[in-house]
Design a protein around this ligand. Structure first.
Ligand code: ZN
Ligand code: ZN
Length: 347
């Protein structure tokens, strides 16, 4: 199939209709009326995203500052490595959300991507914030060097990086669809072994400030994953010529490859951490992959992992429906409005 490159969407083009004629490669004036968009239910997604607003320095790190030195050497090492990993996910995601927006010819997608990009920027900031609370500048810098130097992390990120950069070089519809697949993996699977490490600390009453922050990031990523999966499905439905067995097999292959790399990474970084069972973690990773495939309109590939094998994790995110007390009780969540839009995906 020839790779036709897409033009970047026009910023304002009054000759085009306000309601977009296509998500990518379509026409729209650039004027956004949320009551006249091609996919009306995306307004709810936008509202949920905006409703999750938070900032890094709202999280109180004072008990973490005291506790960090009391962690085991293995826990401290994993803590720094996992923050290093998370920074390699949120940094490219800030920019990829922008790049997708530049080619999206639907102004509702542009606005949603703007909010996602803003949240990824906050996630990045939060890693600097927590590290600066608990370790010296030298150790902070070392943690942020891991994405450039750690061979297991580099291997794990290699395919994501290749696809994200391919989209920059060649903004074809095919590369947009493949980038959405990797974005779904990132938002819906790549973060989660890292999140689990912090929740495991929290259930042992360790580093609760960091885990609170991680749970806010987690909540954002679940919403991002949900939107990206919808965007993927809608884009594929608009371009049935791309919905070929070859492409669908590519998606399954890359999901399976990503799961294997994620299991390898988690076995490496969590090997000596008390309280995490690596087989259970592998099952959790497969469960997350299944979940993303399902919301992308595809079939699950791990039939034995349709249920969450790490049920204890749910306690750390399920309390975001606005009706219960924040599990961590770190701060009042004044930004979160209780509304019927604030439903929450289970992990
Ligand atoms: Zn993020
Ligand atoms: Zn995200």
């Amino acid at each position: 199939m020839p790779k036709l490159l897409l033009d970047r969407a026009k910023t304002l083009e009054p000759r085009n209709p306000n309601k977009s004629t296509g998500l990518f490669g379509g026409e729209s004036s650039g004027i956004l009326n949320w009551n006249d968009i091609a996919y009306p239910h995306w307004y709810k997604m936008y509202k949920r995203l905006v409703g999750n607003y938070w900032q890094a320095d709202e999280v109180n790190m004072s008990s973490d500052v005291k506790q960090f030195s009391a962690l085991s050497a293995e826990e401290r090492d994993a803590y720094l490595k996992i923050i290093g990993l998370l920074s390699t996910l949120d940094a490219p995601q800030t920019r990829t959300a922008l790049l997708l927006s530049l080619y999206a010819t639907d102004p509702s997608v542009q606005s949603i991507m703007a909010v996602i990009a803003q949240q990824e920027a906050v996630h990045n900031e939060s890693y600097s914030y927590v590290l600066s609370s608990v370790v010296s500048l030298d150790e902070q810098n070392e943690s942020f060097q891991l994405g450039r130097k750690d061979p297991v992390l580099l291997k794990r990120n290699e395919h994501l990086m290749a696809q994200y950069n391919a989209f920059v070089e060649e903004p074809s519809l095919e590369n947009i669809l493949k980038t959405l697949v990797y974005t779904a993996l990132l938002e819906g699977m790549f973060f989660y072994s890292g999140f689990a490490f912090f929740y495991n600390l929290a259930r042992n009453n360790k580093m609760v400030g960091t885990s609170t922050m991680i749970s806010y990031i987690n909540r954002d990523e679940l919403e991002h994953g949900r939107f990206i999966a919808e965007l993927f499905r809608a884009t594929l439905a608009e371009h049935p010529d791309h919905n070929t067995p070859e492409f669908v097999n590519w998606v399954y292959d890359h999901f399976q490859q990503s799961v294997e790399l994620e299991i390898e990474w988690s076995s490496y970084v969590l090997a000596d951490v008390d309280g995490i069972d690596l087989d259970e973690m592998a099952g959790y990773i497969k469960y997350r992959a299944n979940k993303m495939l399902r919301i992308m309109g595809l079939d699950e590939v791990y039939s034995e992992h349709v249920d969450n094998p790490m049920k204890w994790i749910r306690a750390y995110v399920d309390n975001f429906d606005g009706t219960k007390t924040d599990f961590f009780e770190q701060k009042s969540r004044q930004y979160t409005k209780t509304s019927d839009l604030n439903g929450f995906d289970d992990l």
